[in-house]
Design a binder for this molecule. Sequence first.
Ligand SMILES: [Zn+2]
Length: 257
Amino acid sequence: MQIIFIAAILLGIIFIAFSIRFTWWWRPFYNGFAVFMYHHVRPAYQNKRGEDLSFAITPETFEEHVKYLITKGYNFIGLEDLSSNNIKKPAMLTFDDGYVDNYKFVFPILKKYNIKAVIFLIAGKIGIDPELMTWEQVYEMQNSGLVSFGSHGLTHANIRRMEASSAIKELKESKHILETKLGHSISAFCYPLGAGGTDERVRKLVFDAGYLFDFSTRRGLNPWPLKSDRTIYRAFPRGKETKLDFILQTHLGRSKL
Ligand SMILES: [Zn+2]
């Protein structure tokens, strides 16, 4: 009888350990900080050949996301708020690359709801690549007080594949350009090309270059207040996802269980 009892307890422990390790059932109750990653926001998320641009969502879908988060009582924070520890229920909207459609379609929605967002700029391509925002558009967004900017590198190249000298140039020169143009310190770096663009060596170079925060494409929520020893994870809402997917993105930092 005693053996059956012990075996039942052991099985119970194994079951609990397994479910914590391999399922996410407990995550909806984890009060984490969700950072959302977007790229293009534009009316058509197919290109001219009819291929899906999986990194794009429509302005309507983006507005639905904003409305859902407002309804649930989230506070939209900027980079300047990351060191704060008295903001309740924070959420952050981030946009990689600095596409001109962010200015055309995202900025009006930010103004409509008076909410903050973050854009990571490719410092060496602003005003050169026609798909990206101009400095005038960047200034207008900065002057609104709603948009803060971080660095997404100088050329959007894979920093992990670079020798130290080139990697340091990407990190420091992009920071310097943005600081000179925007007139304040740049505290955040977002790795180009996602998780494949970084490792521990690159992460150390980022902090050596003077950045305080690093944003990755690793999925999940973040502790709040933030812990500096951990790269910032992001949820990645996609154009064709459902409302349920977005609810999961908000509570799990990913859309599939
Ligand atoms: Zn990018």
